[in-house]
Design a protein around this ligand. Sequence first.
Ligand code: TRP
Ligand code: SF4
Length: 336
Amino acid sequence: MEKKTILTGIRPTGHLHIGHYFGASRNWVKLQDKFDTYIEIADVQALTDNFNNPDKVRKSVQDLVIDLLSVGVDPNKATIFLQSTIPEIAELTVFYSNLVTIARLERNPTVKTEIKQKKELFGEKGESITYGFLGYPVSQAADITAFKGNLVPVGDDQLPLLEQCREIVRKFNSIYGKTLVEPEAYLSEIPRIKGLDGNEKMGKSLGNAIFLADDEETVRKKIMDAVTDPNKIKIDDKANPDVCMVYYYHKLIKNENLETVCKECKSGKRGCVACKKELVTKMLEFLKPIAEKRKYYENHPEEVKEILKEGSKKAKKVAEKTLKEVKEKMKINYFD
Ligand code: TRP
Ligand code: SF4
């Protein structure tokens, strides 16, 4: 039986944090053994929101590839590629644009939330919403379908984008004949990791994240500032670990003393400072192998570049094939 294809993407707008790791990239590392895996560095999509900040996107591309390699994405198994090097994706986007109404894009819950956030930032007039931004779900449909992705590992916030992609595929296939593959979501076991501040989501811009690239001192400082049970004031107060972020991370990184942490916390036998220090140690242990790989790749930038270049070359071939089929079906294959 042929291997199913997995396609996922990530915007280069900063380093990966442990939320990305547990919610997404750890999964990709597992999936690369079983599936034909493509990981897109979605720089064109990142530019829809950061067109006035090209330096940030440019730098993040390299950072992100290093992050991915450090957590164990294996370029011999998974194809890491750069969206902007594959013009076929942009062409598909243009063709798919005819199959989506503006009203439908505006109704997309993910887009809606993002527009709301933009309005909060830039005011009610909405000048911040560009044509490119509103259309990024169409471009994302092109990302997925260019590779005939069967499964798309994403967080639950991405489900509306996937639904939009499925609609485009159905519409294309019904007008031009069966060509594209309708993808399915592949949700991870832990779709969302809470922030150090107790926020439901760990986010790059929320200031509540531990980044895979953080140095020891930064990790220490962040953990020492994490939110604990607010009712625990004195060292021997009994507390509730279930409302404590420190406990949440002890659990997340599978501290083998978890039961002790829980018991001592509940019975007032554990101070928060000591508990946080223990978490710092465990977290650094957890991050160590990742940090070691990172060091290697940071010292070998040419190798990183080559991996991305080779991956992009391989991905382009696949996208070329899909585009050829699409153009045939759309009867715009004039000189073939
Ligand atoms: N929109 C995704 C995000 O913000 C990134 C992305 C781009 C993506 N292209 C994709 C995800 C294709 C899945 C499939 O995280
Ligand atoms: Fe949290 Fe540990 Fe303090 Fe309990 S003892 S509230 S688990 S930091």
